[in-house]
Write a new protein. Sequence first.
Length: 99
Amino acid sequence: MDFGTKLKELRSQTGLTQKQLAEQIGITKSVISFYELRERTPSPEILVKLAAVFHVSTDYLLGIEKKLSLDMSGLEDDDIAVVKMMVDTLRKKNKSRIK
């Protein structure tokens, strides 16, 4: 998946409009549109800001890293344990559907 498609997908999943995302990182709505249409590529500075907004790595945004990583900073240990348990449960559920 290319950067523009991934950006649009992440933006949609989080319920942000192009304008809201642009305001969060200090650029214009039209620049977000250009990124999503693959007419421009972000500078390293903007790429880092986008990764922070979506709590993903810059490598994930660029398609280098295929696995989605979750930023769990700010969560307490017991909260992290709950998230891990939920992920394991969902993996088992999805694995049983594939069989």
